[in-house]
Design a protein around this ligand. Structure first.
Ligand SMILES: O=C(O)CCC(=O)/C=C/C=C(\O)C(=O)O
Length: 289
């Protein structure tokens, strides 16, 4: 950023929109930063207390500085967006919400960066609205479905569900300690901010548990449809991802015709945070060329 521009903050970019699309009629929170001709949407993961800003705070500024408009959508049921109980496909529900948000903002075509659930949702959006997607960046997700190698639910998903059921600082630390490979950057401040986000919305916690009870498979397996995705796709994974295993990334690489895969060594489920500088450079290079 130049000396004249102010770095985007959560509060300065915070916005609300009311969407009425398909079966959804709700208020969404999003962050909107930058004024570029091209728009990049970032979609967060499904952990308790997650939000666009919590997941992507290390990635917004470099994209804005490079000339992109960046939108972080808080999915229904997270952060300051309205609550929802999801009895069907959460990936498709989020994709519908995104379509409603983009229609309301008058944005026709976007690049999508998705983390975990956000990547599942980005694929759902691309399948339903192929003409509205430029490029896809899928990180630690992109499709549900069983791993042939890792027992499921994975240890990370079990810890995540434990926080939803019992949101204590101890449970939160157990979960966050395996988000990343190197835990030395996890500060007490980070734990506390995340716990505050979690405890601010007991309704979101209850609804997530109710959704799981109604439909344990919130994220469908898009495997048979991956071949329909024409968008150039960058798949990014952490080798030590203990939430969504690396073999899911290989399935995406095999299934999406125009995909490439980058695997970070010494990296868990939060590649965009743990390896932020390199992640940002790779994404910018991928979007430009
Ligand atoms: O169950 C799945 O396949 C998705 C799990 C998921 O989205 C986990 C995300 C966790 C975070 O990145 C987060 O909460 O910040």
């Amino acid at each position: 950023m130049t000396a004249h521009t102010v770095e985007p903050s959560e509060s300065s970019t915070s916005r609300f929109a009311h969407i009425r699309t398909g079966e959804l009629d709700l208020r969404l929170h999003y962050n909107d930063a930058g004024e570029g001709r091209e728009t990049v949407v970032m979609l967060h993961g499904s952990g308790p207390g997650a939000s666009g800003w919590a997941n992507f705070n290390r990635n917004v500024e470099p994209l804005v500085a490079a000339g992109y408009r960046v939108i972080l959508m808080d999915c229904p049921g997270w952060s300051k967006s309205d609550p929802v109980v999801c009895r069907g496909s959460r990936s498709e529900l989020n994709a519908t919400a995104l379509r409603g948000l983009l229609d309301g903002l008058g944005i026709e075509r976007v690049h999508l960066i998705g983390n975990s659930m956000g990547a599942h949702s980005a694929v759902a959006f691309a399948l339903a609205n192929p003409q509205r997607v430029g490029k896809l960046v899928l990180m630690g997700g992109g499709t549900g479905g069983a791993s042939p190698f890792v027992p499921m639910p994975t240890e990370g998903i079990k810890l995540l569900q434990a926080v939803y059921r019992e949101p204590t600082i101890d449970n939160l630390k157990k979960m966050m300690n395996i988000f990343v490979h190197d835990t030395s950057n996890l500060t007490e401040e980070l734990f506390q901010t995340r716990l505050d986000n979690i405890l601010a919305r007991q309704d979101h916690l209850d609804n997530f548990v109710a959704s799981l009870a109604a439909n344990p498979k919130q994220f469908p397996d898009f495997g048979p449809r991956l071949g329909e995705i024409a968008a150039p796709t960058l798949v990014i994974w952490g080798r030590e991802d203990r939430f969504v295993p690396l073999d899911t990334g290989l399935r995406l690489l095999a299934g999406i015709p125009n995909a490439e895969l980058h695997v970070f060594n010494r990296c868990g489920h939060w590649a965009q945070w743990e390896h932020a500088d390199k992640f940002n450079r790779m994404v910018l290079d991928f979007l430009r060329h």
